[in-house]
Design a protein around this ligand. Sequence first.
Ligand SMILES: [Fe+2]
Length: 294
Amino acid sequence: MAVSIRQVHPVFVGEVSGVDLRRTLSPDEVAAIDEGMDRYAVLVFHDQRISDEQQIAFARNFGEIENSRGGYLGKAEDRRLHPLMNDVSNLDQHHRPLERDDRRRFFNLGNRLWHSDSSFRAVPAKYSILSGRIVVDRGGNTEFADMRAAWDALSDATKALVEPLICEHSLMYSRGLLGFGDFTEEERAMFRPVRQALVRVHPKTGRKSLYLASHAGAIVGWPVPEARAFLRDLTEEATRPENVYVHRWRQYDLVMWDNRQTMHRVRRFDERQVRDMRRTTVAGEAATAEQVAA
Ligand SMILES: [Fe+2]
């Protein structure tokens, strides 16, 4: 069977059929998925009952896998999953929902804010691949916004204003928005802000997109309150309902998105229920802006 993709939203998002992600894919299948990513920016695969090893192998078709280190709180020995897997569940190392006052839960709550994965890393992520192993029956949707459409909708004056701008991104900014700022010295060093271009150009299609995230807390050369008010306006415009796709999870759905072209957020759900979501992340190829030495 050949890979086929059907667009399921007016501006982006494709639903893929004709491929079993447990298998080793042929070069043609990989090329079809890669082209689908360039065009739709988000791809949805249903009924993919894969293991962590199979998910890692699938991700490797698209580049190097990003190590999850530096993107979470807690000790390495308390991790539930392999370091090449990002644990996006609400679970502790004993597979139980995190306690209400657990710091790791406070940290995870940042995923409710619009973001692009790993924009807080100097070389940010390319693709994220999220597998719904155990999903909840109410809430917990993941929403995606098309940041190419967001760019296209800007006025010429705003495009000219944002095009040269460089932002600073850090997990401390996004978590700070929720009032969580209780970081250790070691965490502060790990979450040191990095610089990212505010406008990105897709290397293959040439389409421009706004590169925003709740991690962005400053614009180089701007007063902080002015930068934050501006970034908030841009985010609000970028995430207008017509640019947003809502994914309602079914068990064993696998959703793959391009972090260079989209933002996403998770919606509220009953956190006493088990929600086991596992992500592999394909690393980006280069920084989007020059970094300053710390
Ligand atoms: Fe995310």
